[in-house]
Design a protein around this ligand. Sequence first.
Ligand code: PTT
Length: 613
Amino acid sequence: MFGWGGNVLRIDLSRRKYVVQSLDPSLAQNFIGGRGFAIKTLWDELPPGTDPLSPFNKLILAVGPLTALPIPNSGKLLVAAKSPLTGGYGDGNIGTWLAVHMRKAGVDMIVIEGKAEKPTYLFIENKGGEFKVDFNDASDLWGLDTFTTEDRLKKVHGSDVGMVMIGPAGEKLVRFATIVAQKGRSGGRPGIGAVMGSKNLKAVVMRGHGDIKVADPVLRKIGVDAIVATKSKPNYPFWMRQGTTSTVEWAQEASVLPTYNYSEGQFDYYENIGGFSVERNKVMTRSCPQCVMACGHVVKDSEGELAELDYENIAMLGSNLGIGDLAKVAHLNRIADMMGMDTISLGSTLGFAMEATEKKLLKDGIEWGDYKRAAEVAMDIALQRTELGKLLGKGVRAASMELGQEAVEFAMHVKGLEISAYDCHAAPGMALAFATSPIGAHHKDAWLISWEVQRGRFDYTKDKVEKLVEMQNIRGGLFETIVTCRFPWVEVGLELDWYFRLFKAATGMDMNMDILSTINNRIYTLIRAFWIREYGHWDRAYDTPPPKWFKRPLTKGPLKGAKLDYDGYYRMLGWYYELRGWDERGIPRISTLKNLGLDFALPQLQSVVELKP
Ligand code: PTT
């Protein structure tokens, strides 16, 4: 089988044992890689109702058939588990050399289960066809931030290894702790870092030896041509100057820049934290392995230290908190990277705390724009020092439920995952994208907003739903399964056909939009089945954006008065369910499950909900 390494490495931390299994070819054919492998494994192997922070949860690290090949931006890794933040399926896509070393070692997926007796890190190597996994003592790394941990591990194992790790937030089981690589790459927003922490696992380090075998050597030529094509795109030079950070100015113009916990779509001080400010202050850029579009723009923070910025980080830790100073925003970002926390959820949680303070629901909280206190509370969350840190470390859904109904009304999440940085008071299509994202409110499966703003934003029409499904199929179905970065396609417009050609050359198998749609439908439907199985019930309330966007209109700017409409929204949600073959509650139909080859999911689903034909 070309394109795939053919090995699945299973590691049991409780028993300190590992085994290498052959990859099931039908898994590769039907689920491709990355997210597809993750959901199939979690569905098959997790006992329903598993506590995400128990030894029974499984941490999955998966690559795809295009990962690490000499093509644009291929150094990516899918990290997944049952999420302790949402209670459903969770994943993230992180740039790391670990992905490259997995490919060199011929490993398509690492499945880690159990719990080490004491803090441990894994060192994995394959030599002469043999795999070796060392379970190393990590007691002296426990408690260290991710930057220091990386330096220490490199001292021991050299720089020619790949590694991912957690910081103190993961160790303390902060529900939005992430997995970190390369001092600034962060993946697994729905608390995948906490899953790693619950297993007493500080880091995974790997050195792979060997070549990646592909079906047709022409891949190298297509890959080089695709790199040249990427770099020749008209938008490429501007992208290299500002990366995702230019979105600040765009979002301000479009009134979608999250401001004061998503109460407004415009921020008075946006220019201080925008793309041009980043460009002026930039000292270097950082990127994932095999990348030709570096997106990590590094500036000096308020303490004079280096910090990496992207749009989401700036908006969530800047405008959303009323902080209009780039160096201060960068400092909050640096705290998140070092402690191993997601910046989007951190920004949303701090914004939530600020609004709760304003409404006198929190004592000793944080005032809008109070950067010093925000930094203090961010550290408190990571280290779980005080009651406030402990409350906020559960994420906004759980925290709001503890504070009461008034707080629930301004908790900005869907299915427990805090919303990424786009205000949707006047963007029903994007609101639907957040609400139907398979991991909770993340933009990665459908960044519909720029298309919607261009097309006309206020109506609730079927073409928006069709566009959403198309985007989810490409983003969620292609890039999360072949496991490469989507930026060449989405940011500078590298045509999808390049990926289909690369897929064919790597695997010998055909790929086109029809095949892709079927595969993504299969993956989305299985993910939906997983959520339903784990929640034990389902209704459309789980696919609904937060009440604030419906009930509290924008009070400023050109779109003053704008808010979402429930009737229009539910009309769109109904069309969405129809297009996916799910019933009016959002539950997959029996016929859909059968058509997608998911018959195996029927018995477990039928044991918790009644399925419609
Ligand atoms: C992603 C999410 C994003 S999405 C951003 S900024 W973005 C935030 N970055 C964080 C950070 O930095 N530090 C931190 N402590 N937490 C952070 N949380 C937020 O995490 C990232 C890039 C980006 S930057 C994006 S959009 C693209 N995402 C891709 C994706 O999802 N899939 C894919 N096939 N390709 C992608 N390419 C781009 O990769 P999550 P990364 Mg990320 C400092 O992981 O969980 O998906 O969260 O992993 O290596 O940082 O790549 O404007």
